[in-house]
Design a protein around this ligand. Structure first.
Ligand SMILES: C[S@@+](CC[C@H](N)C(=O)[O-])C[C@H]1O[C@@H](n2cnc3c(N)ncnc32)[C@H](O)[C@@H]1O
Length: 198
């Protein structure tokens, strides 16, 4: 089963499964977008749109996702902001280099099969000085996590990878500087990370 198929099945239940647990962490992450000005912001892998109620008006948002059923639910929300929904693969974004001022990657870097490509595609479409807000679950360098690595053999095909070491991903994407990295959920398994493009 591909991720697109499994997220089509998960879509009706996604908000009940993820919404409450992630509410505070996603609100805090999105509060780091600038409060002033008119930026162009990429919401990469928007899912059902749980981020939308937390977005600051005034910016122009482009929300992408691979799964029509997830994107359809996001489209159905009425967030009162300027937003365009685009069905697109995070590993091959249909935007020109340097198109965006900021990018939001909530629960997508560790979901896709190739996190390095997901982050490097995001970096490509960002302007110099642009920021990336990441919220996701990552292992620490050298962390054994045998249960998560065992579960990953199945979960990577139906929902998410559980074996991604963020430091290994960042090392392979030149041009992104780590600005902050905070533990937010599940004893630090989930982290809120801010990067800036040089
Ligand atoms: C765990 S959900 C996260 C959704 C949302 N960002 C959130 O924070 O709730 C992962 C999302 O990634 C999407 N997805 C999976 N693979 C993708 C890909 N290659 N490109 C774009 N979206 C993808 C799925 O359809 C799903 O909506």
């Amino acid at each position: 089963m591909s991720l697109k198929h499994s997220y089509t099945l998960i879509a009706p239940f996604y908000d009940a499964l993820v919404g409450g647990a992630s509410l505070k962490a996603r609100a805090e992450s999105l509060s780091r977008l600038p409060r002033e000005g008119q930026s162009k912001v990429l919401l990469n892998g928007i899912g059902t749109g749980l981020d939308l109620p937390h977005l600051i008006p005034g910016h122009t948002y482009f929300a992408t996702d691979l799964t029509a059923a997830m994107l359809g639910r996001a489209r159905g929300r009425n967030p009162g902001i300027t937003i365009r929904f685009v069905r697109a693969d995070s590993l091959c974004l249909p935007f020109a280099d340097g198109s965006f001022d900021h990018a939001v990657l909530h629960l997508i870097v560790a979901v896709v099969p190739d996190p390095v490509r997901c982050l490097s595609e995001t970096a490509r479409v960002l302007k110099p000085g642009g920021s990336v807000l990441i919220l996701d679950k990552f292992l620490r360098p050298g962390q054994a996590a045998p249960l998560r690595r065992a579960l990953n053999l199945l979960s990577r095909h139906i929902a998410t990878r559980l074996d991604v070491v963020f430091e290994d991903v960042l090392t392979r994407v030149p041009g992104l500087r780590l600005e902050s990295d905070q533990p937010v959920l599940a004893g630090g398994w989930f982290r809120s990370i801010r990067l800036v493009k040089a």
